[in-house]
Design a protein around this ligand. Structure first.
Ligand SMILES: N[C@@H](CCC(=O)N[C@@H](CS)C(=O)NCC(=O)O)C(=O)O
Length: 373
């Protein structure tokens, strides 16, 4: 089966974003293009003042949603305006079109449509990039923080935007007591955020956008190893850093909330669902119930974007468990009933999840015969 796939399809497989594909088929995300900085005292040329900046986002996008969450939690809604793009984009990029309006001929239509951008009347986000740098030839992405006064993009990096909301805008925030980047854990937080970015936030994309089986399997395995580690961490701690919720939690949340609905299926991150992780699932539901968070999550936009935008997605052979359940078993060598495992067999390996989930996943292959309980 795999040999046939390799021979017939992989050779011709089209990358989702051709310019961001390595020669060995890995997805290599472009760098964020605009990284100017808003400061409290204005020394950077961009002072933190009310109603000067505008945030363009997609509710589908995990990166953009993190900025939306930061804006909401800090209480910056009256200070920084917001416009949401149409979840479905075509080759012209993100559009300011009302997906619920029947009058515009619908998404992908070439007919003129009314702009939903109250600031500039843009029809496409590409116009903001063009005004900022006419030579920009990369991929137009959200989020975008726009300066209404200088009529240019200040920054299109969600990490920077969250940091500026937290630091530069604090004096203007309604919820001044919220600190998404506490100083006493700064180094540790940065380290964990980098890990989550690489293995999880971007990990799902590396699995989903690669065109090679090997690169896909590597990304997928790294992703699940990272989730297993966090599952363990959350067995000991309510949030990633104890009892307070910081930006790193929201960064993880933005991927977890999309996982079972999109990444498990569409990006073939299909070894396990978040639902299969006792601690991660509880953590996800806990965060979802924080004040104001549910309204930042729009499953309709999320599904419409991923399933209707990526017309070509890899045809690789999924690392799914095929989920032949072998039932509950004891760990080989342990006293009967002392440690229970729920085991599944797949063509690739036999996989066991501890019950209750106290430790990471166990690969049962090569451990001899497991005892059925
Ligand atoms: N700034 C982010 C990436 C932002 C990003 O890629 N956003 C996606 C939406 S989730 C986007 O705008 N994609 C444009 C497209 O699909 O053409 C990063 O570098 O990590």
């Amino acid at each position: 089966m795999l040999a046939v796939l390799k021979k017939n399809i992989l050779g011709k497989m089209k990358a989702q974003f051709e310019k961001e594909q390595s020669r060995s088929g890995e997805f290599q995300r472009q760098e964020d293009a605009f990284r100017d900085w808003i400061s409290r005292d204005g020394s950077t040329g961009y002072p933190a003042v009310a109603e000067r900046y505008h945030l363009y986002i997609s509710l589908a996008c995990p990166w953009a949603s993190r900025t939306l969450i930061a804006r909401k939690l800090l209480g910056l809604e009256q200070i920084i305006g917001l416009t949401v793009v149409d979840p479905v984009r075509d080759e012209r990029g993100w559009a300011f079109r009302d997906p619920n309006s029947g009058s515009n001929g619908g998404t992908r239509s070439r007919e003129p449509f009314a702009s939903t951008d109250p600031i500039n009347g843009f029809h496409f986000l590409a116009e903001a990039y063009e005004l900022t740098d006419p030579k920009f030839d990369g991929r137009v992405t959200v989020p975008v923080l726009w300066d209404k006064q200088r009529r240019r993009i200040v920054n299109n990096c969600e990490d920077d935007i969250c940091r500026m909301f937290n630091d530069a805008f604090r004096a203007l925030a309604l919820n001044k007591e919220i600190d998404l980047f506490p100083k006493d854990i700064a180094a540790e937080q940065q380290k964990l955020s980098d890990f989550i970015y690489d293995k999880i936030n971007n990990g799902v994309y590396k699995a989903g956008f690669t065109t090679r089986q090997h690169a896909y399997e590597r990304a997928c395995n790294q992703l699940f190893d990272a989730l297993d580690q966090l599952e363990e961490r959350l067995a000991r701690s309510r949030y990633l850093f104890g009892t307070r919720v910081v930006e790193t939690d929201w960064r993880l949340f933005c991927t977890l909330i999309r996982f079972d609905v999109v990444y498990y299926i569409h990006f073939k991150c299909s070894l396990r669902r978040i639902l299969d992780y006792q601690n991660l699932q509880g953590y996800l539901i806990d965060l979802y119930q924080h004040d104001g968070i549910a309204e930042t999550v729009d499953f309709d936009h999320i599904k419409r974007h991923y399933y209707m935008t990526h017309e070509t997605i890899n045809l690789l052979f999924p690392l799914a468990q095929s989920l032949i359940s072998l039932g509950n078993m004891d760990v080989p060598g342990s006293a009967p009933g002392s440690t229970r495992l729920a085991c599944y067999a797949s063509p690739a390996r036999t996989f066991c999840v501890p019950r209750p989930a106290e430790t990471g996943a166990v690969d049962c292959a090569g451990q001899g015969k497991v005892r059925h309980g």
